[in-house]
Every structure is written in C-alpha cells, then in structure tokens.
Design a protein around this ligand. Structure first.
Ligand code: MG
Length: 246
C-alpha cells in the first residue's frame, strides 16, 4: 500500500477515533458540570429546563421564549418570574452566548439578569470584544465594573455554557426612601470572582421600579440576541446568613 492509499484508509479511522474521544470527554465534562451545579437544600428552582410556567412577559403576558434541550432562548421581549425574592439571596444561573462575529461592543450577545427586576448584571460576549468597563460581562450595569483581569481569565469564547453565582443584598431604606445601608453584591463568573462585595445605592436602567429594598422578580433581558439560559435557582439568605456569607 503506498502512503497515499494508507492515509486515505487510516486517517479517517484515526479522525473518527479522535472525534469519538473528544465527544466522550465533552459528554463527561458536561455531566460533571451539571452534577456540581445541583441546587442546594432550600433553593427555589426557577427554571428546570422544561417549561416557563413560573414566568411571564412584561405586562403580565405569557412568556414566549423558546424551550429546547433543557434551555430557554431569548424571544419576544423580557421575561420575569411570577414569584418575588429578596431582600437577600444567592442566585445561580447558566447562560450561553451565540457567536455574533459581525457585531461589536454592546451589540454582541447582549442580555442581562435583573436581580429583583431592578439591578442588571450584564450578560455580554466580552471575549475579544471591548466595551466600556461597567457595561461588560459581570458588571452591575453602569454602576460597578468587574475586575478586568479576573474577567478576562473567566470569559470563554461564545457558544459555550457559562455560570453566574451571585450573592445579593438589596439596599435598605428608611420611611422617606433614603438609603440607610447600601446594597452588597458579589458576582462570580465561571468560578472566578469579578465583583467582590461591591456596594450600590440605586437601580440600573430598564428597572421595573425604584423600590430599592422591596422583594422583586428575577428578570431576563431580551436585547435582540439569541442568548440561552438554563439551570436557574435562587437560595434566599437570612439577614444573619447574608452577613456571614459573601
Ligand atoms: Mg444587557
């Protein structure tokens, strides 16, 4: 057998074997990933991959996002949970960003996770895509910029699943609405801390209302990009626990 014939017959087998190995590894990684992100005791599962029964669109209309293979995909406006949460909680949410190679800055796979429907944790493709710091992935939009070095370590190229683990304590206000204690926020992207106990005292653009300390829903933003979400759970924190756990 000459070398050309050999490469024709052997190479496809080798390539097939390599592909099989890669697929097996990816499957094992995905399984491990899912297993490690199981909701803790006492957590409220907000999306289990099956339906949007716990969600509505703005204006109390039915939520119209697409459901497929255990995830939901942005379609037809923002959606929010029927249930309200707060003042303190921990949130886990996973998101997947489409490749939008011709889009730049804020146009590139933009979405957002609004805590209490008021405080947007930015979702954006910040892999080789520059924008203003407090508008990049992991930012409390327009208010707190993530640590840039940590962010660039944490970001993945598009078309992969990412995770946010967010610890949130809403600001406290007095009878006149004056902030007596600032809100506190820790944002972890793919296991890397981007905001470490940052403070804030006002809502971000697009908030449902301005009631800083009142319970509110989780809202996911439709910014015109086909971003996907899965495995969303929230664990209410007691005041004491909130102080003990960042
Ligand atoms: Mg956004």
């Amino acid at each position: 057998m000459n070398s050309r014939k050999l490469s024709r017959s052997v190479l496809p087998i080798l390539a097939g074997g390599a592909l099989l190995l890669a697929l097996t590894a990816a499957w094992a990684e995905d399984k491990k990933d899912k297993a490690s992100k199981a909701p803790p005791k006492g957590a409220v599962v907000l999306f289990d991959g099956k339906d949007l029964s716990g969600w509505t669109a703005r204006g109390d209309k039915p939520a119209g996002w697409k459901i497929e293979d255990g995830y939901m995909e942005v379609k037809g406006g923002d959606i929010l949970t029927k249930e309200k949460f707060g003042p303190d909680f921990r949130l886990h949410v996973e998101f997947w960003l489409p490749l939008m190679k011709d889009a730049k800055g804020q146009g590139r796979s933009n979405s957002g996770v609004y805590l209490q429907g008021r405080y947007e944790i930015q979702v954006l493709d910040s892999y080789e895509n520059d924008t203003y710091a407090n508008g990049s992935v992991g930012a409390l939009y327009g208010i707190i910029a993530p640590n840039k070095e940590a962010q660039q370590k944490a970001v993945k190229p598009p078309e992969q699943w990412n995770s946010y683990d967010i610890t949130f304590r809403s600001p406290r206000v007095d009878d006149k609405g004056k902030v007596t204690e600032k809100g506190r926020l820790t944002v972890v992207l793919n296991g890397v801390t981007l905001i470490d106990d940052g403070t804030f005292d006002h809502v971000t653009g697009g908030a449902l209302d301005n009631k800083l300390d009142q319970p509110g829903p989780l809202l996911l933003q439709d910014h015109g990009c086909k971003v996907r979400y899965r495995n969303i759970w929230l664990q209410p924190l007691s005041r004491k626990l909130g102080k003990d756990i960042k």
